[in-house]
Design a protein around this ligand. Structure first.
Ligand SMILES: [Zn+2]
Length: 393
């Protein structure tokens, strides 16, 4: 059965315009056993299809849109490991313009995007061209930014290939960095079509699945007690047998929560969108201190543990709920303690400068219960210091 979620919201303005030519699929034309999410935002319609072995369907769908030309932005590591698929894809669509990006933070620094914009100009892209991105989150963010800048907005299709980039895919927000200040530039832009082919996940190492599950768990914790229960019974200790988990369903449930939150607050104006920052505010601090030795998924997992404990110490989240959260995080193979020393004063200073905080006061997304978050302002720094000290190995 195809599951349908249709999200429609009211009027909002946009920083970027796109020549978005969203199609409304007849559900019968969707691939069998696939899931479908439609996010309708003013000026941007995004259709997300989740399924297995979607190669032929993807190519046929892109061909049916009759673009004047395609510009492919490719994750270099994915491309190396999947050269047969990449060559087939390029041939089927007659793609001549390809940019290959190493999947590292430096690739999404504004200073490195000039050469891609330059190549877009040389490719003579027009309003009816399309940028296609295949790869992980960095590739998607770069393509989202480039597509919003190119020819004053050009259509964009994303084929995410990692669990993190599928289950936490771009919905109305693509971020890039500037002079290594991570994710400081935000473009409100979405692909018109996102194809999450979960067959790609089978080729990934278990570690990458852990990193992606961190975002999946986050979505469950902020949006659905039922999904928390589902993950508790599905994710086995040490991620055993992960190849056989129902990935279509997991990606669909994760994205449904994100889509609902973003659709209610596309420009992050009333706090609802901020829910997706659960674990991220403290996680970014740890990411900074570790000098990126820990991966994003790992620091988010630690950030969720710390934020959960803060919620509990403030008398908001029950001990039982905190333990359930931490059990799921551990089973997913994510770290349970901070593996390096943390200077609390330094961490507090970084926290007060985070984009979520105002006037130097510390703001965090906290949990009320499993599936319910709220944004808490002016948190007592003593609680954060205590939690940081208790969680360092
Ligand atoms: Zn994240």
């Amino acid at each position: 059965m195809n599951a349908l979620v249709n999200l429609v919201i009211g009027k909002f303005g946009y920083n970027f315009t796109t020549n978005n030519k969203s199609l409304t699929f007849d559900p019968l034309s969707l691939p069998p056993e696939s899931e479908y999410i439609k996010v309708t935002l003013p000026g941007i319609n995004q259709e997300i299809v989740i399924g297995k072995n979607l190669h032929d369907w993807t190519v046929e769908t892109i061909q049916s849109r009759k673009y004047s030309s395609h510009f492919l932005i490719l994750d270099a590591t994915f491309s190396k490991l999947n050269s047969k698929f990449v060559n087939w894809f390029k041939n089927e669509l007659g793609i001549k313009h390809v940019v290959s990006l190493p999947p590292e933070e430096l690739s999404k620094d504004l200073e490195n995007l000039n050469s891609i914009l330059d190549q877009c100009l040389r490719a003579n892209l027009d309003k009816n061209s399309c940028i296609i991105a295949i790869g992980g989150g960095i590739t998607g963010d770069v393509a989202g930014f480039i597509s919003s800048e190119c020819v004053n907005g050009i259509d964009f299709i994303f084929i995410p290939t990692t669990l993190a980039s599928q289950a936490d895919t771009i919905i109305n927000k693509a971020t890039i960095s500037y002079k290594l200040l991570k994710n400081v530039l935000t473009g409100f832009n979405s692909p018109s079509l996102t194809v999450c082919d979960t067959q790609f996940l089978q080729t990934l190492p278990a570690k990458d699945m852990s990193f992606g599950l961190s975002e999946v768990i986050k979505h469950a914790l902020i949006g659905s007690p039922e999904f928390v229960k589902y993950l508790k019974s599905t994710i086995q200790p040490q991620l055993q047998n992960w190849e056989n988990y129902p990935w279509n369903d997991i990606v669909f449930k994760s994205l449904s929560i994100k889509a609902k939150l973003v659709a209610k607050d596309p420009h992050d104006l009333n706090g609802i969108h901020k829910g997706v920052s659960y674990g991220h505010t403290l996680g970014h601090v740890l990411e900074g201190i570790s000098q990126s030795k820990l991966r994003h998924g790992e620091t988010v997992a630690l950030g969720m543990r710390l934020s959960g404990q803060v919620s509990n110490l403030m008398g908001i989240l029950s001990k039982a709920d905190l333990e359930t959260q931490n059990e799921i995080i551990s089973n997913a193979g994510l770290p349970t303690q901070i593996p390096f020393p943390v200077n609390p004063a330094f961490a507090l200073n970084m926290l007060s400068r985070d984009h979520i905080s105002e006037a130097g006061e510390i703001t965090l997304v906290l949990l009320k219960s499993l599936g319910k978050f709220f944004v808490y302002k002016n948190i007592d720094p003593k609680i954060i210091t205590k939690v940081l000290k208790e969680n360092v190995t």
